[in-house]
Design a protein around this ligand. Structure first.
Ligand SMILES: *Cc1c(COP(=O)(O)O)cnc(C)c1O
Length: 354
């Protein structure tokens, strides 16, 4: 048989394979779960009814999320990672041939799910500053009669954030459904979660994979007004969030203090990494440029990105390579130091003074 056109050339998702001592390539958290929490999770796991299907609405979990962020639980839908929610939004909220507007660079999964949904994907290139030009987004959305606009804020991979006022202006100026992916908003303070009910065209996505340090359990959330939430709940697969994940998610979302502590540790690490790289940029201005960040990673525009990426890999340090850019996740103090020592050693070799 022949594979159809939309899947014929796809390759399985392939993050960096191989083992590297230092993983700064996936924006994961470096902060381990407190011991007491790990023990609580083990107890929960041991007492699960493994023969039973999980709660299809993940009601208790959604209540924990709602309490954590102070939003009404009736606006919350849980997903098997926010990835699943992006997939559901693209396949169910778009008819074949309808337009999805994405920005570039941005999270690559948006276009992937858009094309699986047989949507027409329009991608708007960001300029040299990598900032989002809201007027241009509004213009393109109208021009192409976009049905869905999706972008991350703060943005992966640019690490830049769009101020709340600008996001509001965008949502209010388009008829498209705006999917606002706030995967990194735990590291910044411009969330629209508190006003999601004021819009009939807004879905906000959050994830436990970054600030919460829970990438392994695959847990994300969508927050939207009741009409959109009912539709989301109706089209998701019934048991999309497994019982173990529901149980663990509830435990972790109850621990606001330890999550806040983790976030401040991550921000301290990020600030230190950013400051050191800025200093290196001043010494070697031809080598790279680092963008301001409101996330747990930094983005470098780098003249010899591929070479630098390769040398770092050889030394057991994985960062994310993206054409002319390197994206580096903030790690533990030791990880950051090893990375910076290696940069200090390699950058002069790759960029000899003329
Ligand atoms: C990491 C990330 C996610 C999280 O996806 P999960 O499926 O919840 O792990 C979503 N959006 C962006 C922009 C991300 O960087």
């Amino acid at each position: 048989m022949e594979l159809n056109r939309k899947i014929r050339d796809l390759k399985p998702y392939d993050p960096i394979t191989g083992t590297y001592a230092i993983r700064l390539d996936a924006n994961e958290s470096f902060v381990p779960l407190p011991m007491a929490l790990q023990e609580e999770i083990q107890e929960k796991a041991a007492s699960l009814a493994f023969n039973r299907y999980p709660d299809p609405t993940a009601a208790a979990l959604c209540r924990s999320f709602a309490a954590y962020y102070d939003v009404p639980a009736r606006l919350v839908t849980a997903g098997n990672g926010s990835d699943e929610l992006i997939s559901i939004l693209c396949t169910a909220f778009l008819m074949r041939g309808e337009t999805i507007l994405t920005l570039e660079p941005d999270f690559s999964m948006y276009r992937f799910y858009g094309s699986l949904a047989e949507a027409a994907c329009i991608s708007l290139k960001k300029g040299e500053s990598l900032k989002i030009d809201v007027d241009e987004v509004i213009h393109q959305a109208r021009e192409h009669q976009a049905k869905l606009i999706i972008f991350s804020n703060p943005c992966n991979p640019t690490s830049l954030g769009l101020e709340r006022d600008e996001v509001r202006r965008l949502i209010q100026s388009v008829s498209a459904l705006v999917v606002l992916d706030e995967a990194y908003m735990d590291f910044w303070d411009q969330s629209l979660l508190g006003e999601v009910e004021e819009y009939d065209n807004l879905v906000i996505l959050r994830t436990c994979s970054k600030a919460f340090g829970m990438a392994a359990i695959r847990l994300g959330f969508a927050v939207a007004n009741p009409v959109l939430t009912n539709a989301l709940r109706a089209v998701k697969s019934p048991y999309n969030v497994n019982a173990l994940t529901q149980a663990i998610g509830e435990v972790v979302l109850r621990e606001k203090d330890s999550v806040n502590k983790a976030i401040s540790d991550i921000l301290r690490s990020r600030d230190e990494l950013y400051a050191q790289i800025c200093q290196l940029e001043q010494e070697f201005p031809r080598a790279f440029h680092v963008y301001p960040t409101c996330t747990n990673f930094v983005l470098l525009k780098c003249a010899r990105a591929k070479e630098l990426y390769r040398v770092l890999l050889q030394r057991g340090i994985a960062v994310r390579f993206m054409e002319d850019y390197l994206r580096i996740t903030a790690g533990s103090a030791t990880e950051n130091r090893t990375l910076l020592d290696n940069l200090r050693e390699q950058v002069p070799a790759l960029f000899p003074a003329v």
